[in-house]
Design a protein around this ligand. Structure first.
Ligand SMILES: NC(=O)c1ccc[n+]([C@@H]2O[C@H](COP(=O)([O-])OP(=O)(O)OC[C@H]3O[C@@H](n4cnc5c(N)ncnc54)[C@H](O)[C@@H]3O)[C@@H](O)[C@H]2O)c1
Ligand SMILES: Cc1cn([C@H]2C[C@H](O)[C@@H](COP(=O)(O)OP(=O)(O)O[C@H]3O[C@H](CO)[C@@H](O)[C@H](O)[C@H]3O)O2)c(=O)[nH]c1=O
Length: 328
């Protein structure tokens, strides 16, 4: 079946990987909308920009008027990635996080209410659950929403809005909550590509706090296959956790990268901790595995090597992303 899809945020890291995944594995017709903020990189789309079953609109989801041009057809599914995504930036200034992540999501929900789309997958994050201690069980979908930073609070707010539109209007809405992604095309403000870039340039690598915060890493292609599974088989009103069952301290992640690159651990520089830094994320993905049959395919070892190699071989892309973000 040639599904008619609207992908938001498809010039960003996960969204562009998701479009690549769709074009490789399906016959979907894809409309991609992205505001091209500092995080949305036109070159992420260059590999598929000219495909016949693909089109792009530079549209800000917070702009209701601009959004109308995109709804010249009824979509089978909206897959909603567009967001402000970087925690450190939200601590500096949360304005755009609230506007894009909450109001932007609301504008899309209104389109479903108008009958302009039949279903929406809202791509959320494990950060909405807050932080775990060392011996706590991994987050299940029943864990209370308890965000600790402005980014995760804005995502949790959007999740609650999505839930309310399901409860109030019975719209076919599904929420996914994924752990930390890594892979090609990730913006170098994020931990893994930043470590690779600094290491290959012999620059100090800032490690926040004691370096023992834990994240559960998932290769981006596995996140894409999970979203595709939820898009087709997820039940309306449900939340699905997605994780890699691959918990690692930040310090161990850096050691793995430095070891692969043959660089010294002396490059690590312990710096002041992130404010409100969540200690540990761990995701229980049993629901999507048992109910929908998804499983991740890429080991951390394999995915990390692929990610490091991609960043080493695409230094120009990385430097352009840093310049676009005033980080160079
Ligand atoms: N990266 C992760 O580890 C991770 C994990 C779980 C969930 N998520 C969620 O997945 C989604 C994508 O994350 P990412 O890491 O690819 O982020 P990203 O920052 O790389 O990409 C976000 C994209 O959204 C676009 N965008 C921002 N504001 C917009 C607006 N107002 N209108 C239209 N487009 C806009 C940007 O231009 C960019 O292309 C986000 O919703 C994020 O919360 C990310
Ligand atoms: C940028 C940077 C980060 N860190 C630490 C902070 C975190 O514990 C860990 C990962 O940091 P980040 O790459 O910013 O990712 P994190 O805050 O976990 O958030 C990511 O993962 C979330 C899912 O868990 C997503 O919802 C977010 O969009 C995504 O950005 O590394 C450092 O020690 N030094 C750094 O320079």
């Amino acid at each position: 079946m040639n599904q008619e899809l609207l992908v938001t945020g498809g010039a960003g890291f996960i969204g562009s990987n998701f479009i690549r995944y769709l074009l490789k594995n399906t016959n979907c017709r894809i409309t991609n909308i992205d505001a091209l903020t500092y995080a949305g990189n036109p070159s992420n789309m260059s590999g598929f920009a000219s495909k016949g079953n693909y089109r792009f609109f530079q549209v800000d989801i917070t702009d209701k008027v601009a959004l109308t041009q995109v709804f010249d057809r009824t979509y089978d599914i909206i897959v909603h990635f567009a967001a402000e995504s970087h925690v450190d930036r939200s601590i500096e200034n949360a304005d755009t996080f609230l506007i894009t992540n909450i109001n932007g999501t609301h504008n899309l929900l209104e389109k479903l209410l108008e009958g302009k789309a039949k279903k929406m997958v809202h791509v959320s994050t494990d950060e909405v659950y807050g932080s775990l201690n060392q011996h706590d069980s991994a987050f299940t979908e029943e864990h209370p929403v308890s965000p600790n930073n402005p980014y995760s609070a804005s995502k949790a707010s959007a999740d609650l809005l999505v839930r309310s539109f399901y409860q109030t209007f019975n719209l076919p809405l599904v929420i996914t909550r994924c752990s930390n992604n890594y892979g090609p095309y990730q913006h170098p403000e994020k931990f893994i590509p930043k470590v690779v870039y600094n290491a290959i340039n012999n620059k100090q690598i800032p490690l926040y706090g004691d370096g023992l915060n834990i994240r559960d890493w998932l290769f981006v292609e596995d996140h894409c296959s999970a979203i595709y599974t939820v898009m087709n088989h997820g039940k309306a009103g449900e939340v699905y956790n997605i994780g890699g069952s691959n918990e690692m301290t930040n310090k161990d992640v850096i050691h793995s990268i430095l070891n692969y690159l043959g660089k010294s651990n002396d490059l690590i520089s312990y710096v002041t901790d992130r404010k409100g830094h969540d200690r540990r994320y761990a995701i229980n993905s049993n629901k999507i595995k048992t109910q929908l049959g998804w499983k991740p395919n890429t080991s951390f070892e394999k995915g990390l090597k692929q990610t490091i190699d991609w960043n080493v071989n695409n230094k120009t892309w990385v430097e352009a992303a840093l310049r676009r973000s005033d980080l160079s």
